[in-house]
Write a new protein. Sequence first.
Length: 242
Amino acid sequence: MHRRGFLIGCAAVAGSLEGSAMAKALGEAADAGPAGSARAWQRALLVGQDGRPLLASTLEQRRTLLFHYPFVGTPAFLLDLGRATRRRVALKADDGEAYVWSGGVGPEQSVVAFSAICAHKLTYPTKDISFISFRAEPSPVSKRGDVIHCCSEHSQYDPADGARVLAGPATQPLAAILLEHERDSDHLYAVGTQGGELFDDFFARFGMKLALEHGGRERQAVSERCVVQPIEQYCRQLMRCA
Ligand code: FES
């Protein structure tokens, strides 16, 4: 049901965002093959907890920031990796869908966003605890730094490479959240998703828990603004598994 909504929305929004992240992603997804995936959702301005728009050039680098997109109940990471990411990364989802992730946005092309729902067994950050987060430094359980690490079974993803799987049992990248950077204002917008999003499975598995956590609004599409905050402020406990 959700997937259908994405595709319909995609056509409508892509026409109005020429030159944008969505139009770019759609073009590159098409290059990847007929099954390439990019799905438009609400164009949402990313704001801080004070309600002011985030500025891409002043994000704290290599820190896990959290917001919810494209639904009120679906968590996502926002990261400034501090260096330009790879560009035009060819990836494949578990359903065989090929797609091309454009790369980071912002002045240094270093700002990325990915679903925070682990592609293995859907571990995700709750208000109580998170087993999944960005790890800037290497640790006994991850040989390198700058990875998104899930402590559940140690899946690791490379956010500079489209969240490609580096290690662990996950078999597909984290779904990408498509971002737009408005150069004049330095503002950031979330505009869509790309890759193997697992939202239907996520709602099916955690429906009751999510309803409690989000007051029954978990399946609502986000509004025109998404509040972004450090993961430590959203989650009472952050598991490091090392
Ligand atoms: S749920 Fe993340 S590694 Fe298993």
